[in-house]
Design a protein around this ligand. Structure first.
Ligand SMILES: [Zn+2]
Length: 110
C-alpha cells in the first residue's frame, strides 16, 4: 500500500451559520493549512498514487483567495471543508483542515 501526503495553504474568508451566538458568524479570514492523505494499492502508469500538483491545483483553484460562502454549497466549517476536499481528490482517505493554530478538523473515510 502506498500513501502520499500533500500539505497546502490557502487564504480564504468565510462566515458560519450557527444556532448560537458567535463571532464566527461575522465574515473573517484564515490561512487554512489543508493536509490531504491519499492511498493506493497499485501505482498508476506514471509510478504515482496521484500527482501532488494535481491535488494542489484542484483545491487552490477552487478555494484560494475566495469567500468560501460563495464557492461552497454548504456551511463552510472546517469539518465540512475537510469532507469536501476528501470527496474531490482521487484516492483520498483522510483530510486535516487547520483553521488556525490549535484548531483542526479531520475527516476520514471509514
Ligand atoms: Zn473561521
Amino acid at each position: 500500500m502506498y500513501t502520499v501526503i500533500k500539505r497546502l495553504e490557502i487564504s480564504a474568508s468565510h462566515r458560519l451559520c450557527l444556532s448560537y451566538e458567535s463571532k464566527c458568524t461575522n465574515l473573517h479570514g484564515h490561512n487554512w493549512i489543508i493536509t490531504i492523505y491519499c492511498r493506493a494499492k497499485e501505482l498508476n502508469e506514471d509510478g504515482m498514487v496521484t500527482d501532488f500538483s494535481h491535488i494542489k491545483r484542484s483545491i487552490t483553484e477552487a478555494l484560494d483567495h475566495k469567500n468560501l460562502n460563495d464557492v461552497l454549497p454548504f456551511n463552510p466549517t472546517a469539518e465540512n471543508i475537510a469532507r469536501w476536499v476528501c470527496d474531490r481528490v482521487p484516492h483520498c482517505f483522510k483530510v486535516e483542515v487547520q483553521e488556525s493554530e490549535g484548531n483542526i478538523a479531520i475527516f476520514e473515510k471509514e
